[in-house]
Design a protein around this ligand. Structure first.
Ligand code: FES
Ligand code: FES
Length: 158
């Protein structure tokens, strides 16, 4: 079945089983490898991306539901490749990753959160982002999401 949608602002179509998880379409058909496979059960968040500006765990999202929609992955988080998204900048400033495997999922979740909550508290972040990091980078992730929110608001952060 041919399924058409936009990926990072570009129109695309794929001819796949409509029940194929969007994760595998993104990684294997469209060759965008930033989105990761962790659990395959919508539990860890490693596969998080945006569909029509909603946060989606793509391992458990059949591609047929993406028909006609806008999919954004970590590669397309900033529309201008010369301008970092606040979440990219904050992640570098806070030197967040350890092994890195879980990080893009957290970044996509964080990017969504700072759209919804302009100044997220630690409780806001813990309450809204249930992703898993087995390297224990959560304290830096929380700092980075707060920093990204400040950057987004144009507030200088030390
Ligand atoms: S791989 Fe999708 S939530 Fe874990
Ligand atoms: S940085 Fe290794 S799993 Fe999160």
């Amino acid at each position: 079945m041919t399924i058409a949608f936009k990926i990072n602002g570009q129109s695309t179509s794929v001819d796949v089983d409509p029940m194929m998880p969007l994760l595998w379409v993104v990684r294997d058909e469209l060759k965008l490898k930033g989105t990761k496979y962790g659990c395959g059960k919508a539990a860890c968040g490693a596969c998080s991306l945006h569909v029509d500006n909603n946060l989606v765990r793509s391992c458990s999202y059949p591609v047929k539901y993406a028909e006609g929609k806008e999919v954004t992955t970590i590669e397309g988080l900033s529309s201008d490749e010369n301008q970092l998204h606040p979440i990219h900048q904050a992640w570098m400033d806070e030197n967040v990753p350890q092994c890195g495997y879980c990080q893009t999922g957290f970044m996509m979740a964080g990017a969504k959160l700072i759209e919804e909550i302009t100044k997220p508290s630690t409780d806001d972040i813990k309450g809204n982002i249930s992703n898993i990091c087995r390297c224990g980078t959560h304290p830096r992730i929380i700092k980075a999401i707060k920093r990204a929110a400040s950057i987004k608001q144009g507030v200088q952060t030390p």
